[in-house]
Structures are given as C-alpha cells and as structure tokens.
Design a protein around this ligand. Structure first.
Ligand code: SF4
Length: 240
C-alpha cells in the first residue's frame, strides 16, 4: 500500500489515540479537499508497506493505543486498496488491534472490508446524488447503501458532513440530510458536521492545481442551528 502521510491522532479519526495511515489515490475530486496530494495513486509516496509491515508497526506501537485507540486508514480514499486493505484490517483484528477507516463510502467492496472493522467513519457530502456527481465526480447511491448496511450491522458508525457554503447548506440540502439520517438512526450511529476550511489551499497551489473554492465559509451559528435542527429528530449529533 502506498502511504503519503502517517502519524498519531487523538479522537478525530476514531476512538482514542490512533495510528493513522493516509493511502494514495481517490476516486472523487472534491474542490475543497484538504489532501489533494493524495488524489493520484501515482503521487509522492512516503512509505510503501505490505499488510504484514503495517501489522508489525502497529504491534510495536500497541502501548500508544490508549483510550480505546488503534489503527485508522484514510486517504485519499483508502478503499481503493480493497484487497490489501482488507488483509491489513484482518491481520490487525486477529492481533487484538482496534480498526477503523475513514471513507467516502463509494466502494462496491465495502461489505468485505467492513467485516474486519470495529467502526467506520463515512462521509456524506450531499443528499442529492446528481448534485454530488456534478461537483465531486461521483454520486451518492453506493455511499447511501453502505451507510445503511453498516448502520444495520450494529457497529459504531460516524457519518461526517462537511458543511460547504454554496454547496450543501441550503434548506433543501439540510432537509435531505435530515431525512436520510432519520432513516438510518440507531443507537450505534452518530452524525458530525464539520465546517469548511482552507487548510489544503496551499497544497493545491503546490501541486500545480487551481483552488476554485470561493465564499464557502460557514458561520459557527449556522453549524449550531443545523446541529439543533438534527437533534430535534433525535439524531445523535457529536463533535470529535
Ligand atoms: S473524497 Fe475525501 S480525499 Fe477524496 S477528494 Fe473528496 S475530500 Fe478529498
């Protein structure tokens, strides 16, 4: 597996202190992406590791996995590494290490990957598939199916929504999110709303790509109002 970034992170990529691997390649092209250097599978590789290498590294780090920590794979889009990712997750679980992925949820192999997950973080960027396809290049049908299936599995699921002004913060989009989230609402499902930021802007320019986002910032009041709106439907809204 080709890794372009690696390090420990506390609580934001799954529970506890986690070793987080960013795998190269993504099938979407979100114009606000904060890791554009991970778009291409042929991008700059920091490490190339087999599932066995990852297991060996994780075992050597075990004392660091405090507060329910473990290993998280993200990206780019980690599920593009279907077979290797599944093998790595299986090895980690067999050795008692907690597993998580952060994904855009578009993988047709998600069910196989999910067998070896303790929990998952799945992003849903827009409730309308056509709108998502037009802006990010891939619709949301498979993501919705994978969210439904994982929610039903009873494992911990965090659904993340990046709130992007001018894209998914209008009344219709918020109502669309709420309707879908109500349909998958169970005790194991949490929702998190993230505000648009421009942390990746410089990386786009460095990669020779044009950063086209404008006026996409979302006020904190708007995030709070949307969270309250979702809570009225008994949705479990969290901040990690
Ligand atoms: S799915 Fe995630 S990694 Fe891929 S382009 Fe969108 S924000 Fe970036």
């Amino acid at each position: 597996m080709k890794i372009f970034q690696k390090g420990f992170n506390y609580s934001q990529d799954g529970p506890g202190n986690r070793l987080v691997y960013h795998l190269l390649g993504c099938n979407m092209r979100c114009p606000w992406c904060s890791n554009p250097e991970g778009f291409s599978v042929n991008g700059d590789v920091l490490f190339e590791m087999t599932p066995q290498d990852i297991l060996a590294e994780a075992l050597s780090c075990k004392p660091m996995f405090f507060d329910g920590g473990g290993v998280t794979f993200t990206g780019g889009e980690c599920t593009l590494w279907g077979a290797e990712l599944t093998e790595a997750l299986k090895l980690l679980q067999e050795n008692g290490i907690d597993t998580c992925i952060e994904t855009n949820g578009t993988s047709a192999d998600f069910e196989k990957i999910a067998e070896h997950l303790n929990q998952a973080i799945i992003d849903l960027k827009h409730p309308d598939s056509d709108r998502l396809q037009a802006v990010c290049g891939v619709g949301n049908e498979v993501t919705r199916q994978n969210i439904i299936a994982f929610a039903q599995s009873g494992k911990e699921l965090l659904i993340r929504v990046p709130l992007i002004g001018g894209f998914n913060t209008d009344r219709e989009a918020i109502d669309g999110f709420a309707k879908f989230f109500c349909s998958v609402n169970r005790p194991n499902v949490k929702i998190e709303l993230l505000k648009y930021h421009e942390y990746g802007k410089d990386k786009w320019e460095k990669a020779g790509l044009q950063y086209k986002m404008e006026n996409a910032f979302v006020r904190e009041e708007q995030r709070c109002e949307t969270e309250e709106n979702f809570r009225r439907f008994d949705l479990n809204v969290v901040r990690t």
